[in-house]
Design a protein. Sequence first.
Length: 569
Amino acid sequence: MAEPVLLDDRPDERHVLRRAAPHLRPHRRALITAVVVGLADSAALVAVAPLVGRATDALDHHDRTGLLVAAGALVALAVVQLGLARSGELLLAKAGENVVRSLRERSVANLASAPLRFLESHRTGELLRRTTGEVAALAAFVRMHLRNLVSATATLVFTLCVLFFYSWQLALVQLVVFVPPALLAMRWFQRDASAAFGGKATAEATVAATFTETLAVREALQTAGGLPGWMRRFGRENAVAVTAARRAVRVENRIDLVSLIEGVALVALLLFGGWQASRGDISIGTVVTFVLASRNLFDSFSDLSQLVGHVQTARTGLARLLDLLAATERVKPAAPAAGSAADLPVRGELRCEGVEYGYQDGTRVLSDVSLAFPAGDRVGVVGETGSGKTTLSKLLCGLYAPDRGTVTFAGADLRELSEAELRRRVVLVPQEVRMVTGTVARNLELVHSAPDRAAMERAVRELGLEDWLRDLGGLDAEVGVRGERLSAGERQIVGLLRAALADPAVLVLDEATADIDPVTAARLEHALDGMSEDRTLIVIAHRPATIARLPRVIRLEQGRVAGRMACGS
Ligand SMILES: Nc1ncnc2c1ncn2[C@@H]1O[C@H](COP(=O)(O)OP(=O)(O)OP(=O)(O)O)[C@@H](O)[C@H]1O
């Protein structure tokens, strides 16, 4: 069995920005402009403290001109800073939103084209959480915190430059009293942040996955009485999620210690600065500059410490999203060689040779299956439940790639055909036809040929389904949430219509096992006759009536071809 590529529960968070670089590159100009404007905004903010210091010294020395110049500069700075702050915020939000939008599009596109084996190896809720939850968390970070992150970092660096420029002794006192204890508090936070936030994200993903499955199997749970047991399981997972969330909050609270350290540092600054000023080593204005600049220092440090939690959440989300992108890139079918389908005939023989296949739990489902379906063949595949019929149908359509052996159409390996070429050759109508919420027409649009209404009406006529569609309410009839207003047989009729619109050389129909009323069954059979005039028809047959109508039948037993027989007309 080929090893399936799996998502990592706790993907590596190191160098996450470097790994995200290819996704940032297309937006680099906008990002750089936004960051430069953000830096100018911070520089303007930091310049306020020295200007107030200047004004204080001018006042102290009764220098009216100096006072007026400093006051004028302060007013000008306030106006410039207002403009910079607003445009910086807008530019950064716009650039960040564009990055998030392209990540969202990429992950959805990758998932949509991911092989079935990859999708089946993961719980739907987990994939949903990565493509919606993590992207939403990133978008929220960009909208609310990215600008603060840039401005707090820049303000911190610029303020340190100002402090050292004015008095390295005072700056040192400030740094020694404030920075080491504050860093220790931060370190304490960071030590457990990754595990706490990662644990929270994983627990939430599990709850989301189980919740999604609850909706999918609600009917079975209610009818079979499994609801209490299922709810107990959900309760356990929910409790784990709550514990993980509490732990994340406790870890986040550790950074509140920084406020206490700030107070101590300000007292130290006033005492030491006042002593130096009284000795005439520095001016009063310098002490004022320091007090104001220290506020900038503390504020930006506190902003950064508040942001650490959000940065960590965004980092975890980004790592999980990059893991999804990397995994889906790895399983992406290789692009077919140029011209590989150019010589491929429209009709041809579908053949599988020595095919083996197994799911990820290690069981071999198909062994050494070799079958040939010449163009125009009409054949049924029968076998007991679990004998591998559905698996074979997915292999014949290229939805699964065999672990060993080949499946070819007119001599071309299905793996080497593009999705569009493949769907023009082989189409599967599965046992359970998936539908989207909306109208019949909306559901028929889901084929590669992008059919218009005239094409849909033509297909309905060709399959003799006019009465059925009229009774339903026409192409604009609503089918309910994911098609729940239609019976399993009617959903298969929609599947057949889709297949007719795709116009494939080979149609593989996995007959619905759910009870189909005789009228719908007759409609399906009639429609099938309408479809299969000049194309190959392979039916995974469950109904005796269907088997009787087919000229030959292949029997599968425990994943092997156990017999071929001619029957029917
Ligand atoms: N997605 C999957 N993951 C793991 N095992 C699977 C998966 N799908 C099918 N199987 C297993 O593969 C085996 C063959 O299943 P398959 O659905 O192909 O049989 P089948 O002959 O079509 O059965 P039925 O007539 O009930 O539809 C079964 O043992 C089944 O449990």
